[in-house]
Design a protein around this ligand. Sequence first.
Ligand code: DON
Length: 313
Amino acid sequence: MQKSHSTDHTDYRNTLDRIFNDISHQPLQGHAADYIPELAKVNPSQFGISLCHSSGEVYNVGDAQTKFSIQSIVKVFSLALAYRLKGEALWQRLGVEPSGGAFNSLALLEFEQGIPRNPFINAGALVIADILVSHWVNPKYTLLAFVRQLANTPSIDFNLSVAASEAMHGHRNAALVQLMKSFGNIHNDPRDVLDMYFHICSIEMTCQELAQAFLVFAHGGQHPITGETMLSLSQTKRMNALMQTCGFYDESGDYSFRVGLPGKSGVGGGVAAVHPGHYSVAVWSPPLNAKGNSARGIAALEQLTTQTGVSIF
Ligand code: DON
C-alpha cells in the first residue's frame, strides 16, 4: 500500500468536522431525484462524508455509515471492469470527450453514429454494460463481486426495489439502447443490457465503502488492502482524466473549477473523488442541483480542497 505523502500534515479530522458543521447549518438547496420513484423516498437531510487516507486512516462524519443508492457512480466501477477486460480496444466503441450535455441526452448519438462521447454519460455506460453482458453469463453479479472486492466489503448488494422502479420508468435509457442498437453499437438483446444497467445503478453503499472502493484510483491502480494490481498505471491515469473531464456531465467544467479533483456523481446524491497519492473521499447528500449532481456533495469537496489548499492543480 502506498504510504502517506510525507508533507501531508493536514488535520483531516478537524477540517471535515468544520466543513460538515458549516454546510449542515446552511438551508438545503435543490431536490432529491424523483424520476426514479424509489429514490424520492429517501430523507433529504441525511449528510455524510468519509475520507480514506493513503496512510490507512479513515475519517467519517455525519451519515457516513448509511447505505444509499450509488447510481451513476457505478459507471466508474463498470468502466474499470471493462477496461481490464478489453484494454485500449474499448475506445473503438465509445469516446473520451466531454459531451456538454445532460447525463441522459439522446441528442449527439444520432449525429455521431451511435458512438457515445464518453463512458460516464448514460449512453456510454450502456455500451460498457453491453460489453460486460457479452463476456459473462451473470454480468451483474460479476460487477457486484468486483465492487465488493474493491471496497473490501462483502455485504454490498443491489436494491431490487430501486432497480425495478427504474425499469418501470427507464424510457430514455431504453431509447438510448435502441438507438445505439440501430447503429450496431449494442450487440446483445436491449432488455439484457437494460437489466444489467438498472441493477448495477441500484447498488447501495455507504460513504465509507465508496471511499474505500475509490482508493484504488488514488493508488495507481493497486488494491489498497491486498496490493493486487487492479488497473495499470496508464489505465488509472486515464480513468482519473475521464472523471475529471466527464464525471459531472455538463457541470464537469464548473466542478473542476471549484474542486480540482477527479470525481463522479450519482443521482442518489453521492459524489466520490480522489486526490492521487493522498486520499479518496465520498460525500452523500440527496438534494441535487439543476445539473443532477449533489449540491452539498460538491460544496463539501470545494471546501475540502480550498481549506487544505491542496488539489491536483
Ligand atoms: O440512468 C439513470 O437515469 C440512473 N440510473 C443514473 C443516473 C445518474 O446517476 C446521473 N448522475 N448524476
